[in-house]
Write a protein that binds this ligand. Structure first.
Ligand code: BT5
Length: 307
């Protein structure tokens, strides 16, 4: 898979000859030829010209299609359908993988937080990114915020008026219907994260009728999108944000729907009701209540109508 990613990178920058590819990738010419044949079998149209291999067209949605021209360091493991991309990503993470993303067009046992179910009909984008960050478990929520910002930016670029509800739901701004859910899982010790899986479920090219009440899809709002390009944009934005962790909170604020709203947050220690004032690292919501400011780390947040 690593060679395939490197091959996709090389082909994306223009025609290139077999021998040049072999040298660049550090593999035999025969290995290059085999990989090119595999790309053709997965739906790539690749011409052999005097200047070398030239990509004429790319398949609509699969691992190599997303890797082709992707400006982010992830190999993509694609499944047309899978039980849960997070479950698969955890397996890979436990086996030592990093910088890989599991992608599916349908999930048969998608999961939300707290063992809730996630509806994942065919036509969606279900993506779980495996990361091995150098950070403490306390800081890991920042990655979830980064995932939410990256996805919101990709949605806005696609023409969807999306925004973030704390901590990591993405909603249609005008109606509050849910477009995206994010589930981050991790393993590590007190002072060091071993791996993080950031799982993102986007209701992309699916009918709202196939989703639970209160949900909407990109298809319902702006029509079908190119899932390949969308996934690339998401991964690229995510990579840019990770390179500048200090900027994540500011970007989150810019894309948030929650700040300034009256909210009710259900926490393990009871409900907190008040006005959402700000977010603090690594993801705490600051709520102004009748009894003063309260900071919440986690919980389910509801936007209330102004009183
Ligand atoms: C989430 O949980 O919002 C996190 C969802 C994460 C899904 C991704 S898909 C890729 C990766 N692989 C997985 O197996 N999971 C991740 P939570 O905040 O607990 O919200 C769950 C609630 O959202 C459910 O109880 C439903 O009410 C609602 N819901 C379920 N499916 C939905 C959908 N497709 N769109 C909008 N809302 C949905």
């Amino acid at each position: 898979m690593e060679t395939r990613k490197a091959l996709c990178d090389a082909l994306a920058s223009g025609p290139v000859s077999g021998p040049d590819l072999a040298e660049e990738l550090g593999v035999s010419r025969n290995a290059v030829w085999k990989q090119v044949e595999e790309l053709r079998e997965s739906g790539f149209e690749i011409e052999s010209t005097d200047a070398g291999y030239r990509v004429v067209s790319v398949p609509e949605f699969c691992g190599s299609a997303v890797e082709y021209g992707l400006d982010a360091p992830y190999e993509i493991e694609y499944h047309e359908a899978i039980d849960s991309t997070n479950a698969r990503a955890r397996e890979l993470a436990k086996a030592g993988a990093g910088r890989v993303a599991v992608l599916a067009g349908e999930q048969t046992a998608g999961r939300g937080r707290l063992e809730r179910a996630w509806s994942a009909p065919s036509g969606g984008i279900y993506l779980s990114i495996v990361l091995r960050p150098t950070m403490t478990p306390m800081q890991a929520p920042l990655l979830t915020l980064a995932g939410a910002v990256a996805t919101t930016r990709a949605l806005r670029e696609a023409g969807v008026d999306a925004g973030i509800k704390w901590p990591n739901d993405i909603l249609l701004a005008s109606s509050g219907e849910k477009l995206v859910g994010i589930l981050t899982e991790m393993e590590g010790e007190a002072d060091r994260v071993s791996w993080v899986v950031c799982g993102i479920g986007v209701n992309a090219n699916v009918d709202a009728a196939a989703l639970p009440e209160g949900a909407t899809s990109v298809r319902e709002q702006v029509g079908d999108i190119d899932r390949r390009v969308f996934t690339q944009r998401l991964l690229e934005e995510f990579t840019t944000l990770r390179a500048d962790p200090d900027a994540i909170l500011d970007r989150w604020r810019e894309h948030a729907l929650t700040l300034g709203q009256r909210v009710r947050v259900e926490t393990g220690a009871g409900d907190v009701v008040g006005r959402a004032l700000d977010i603090e690292s690594p993801g705490r919501l600051v709520i102004g209540t009748d009894e003063g400011e309260v900071r919440v780390h986690a919980g389910d947040c509801e936007h209330l109508r102004p009183v």
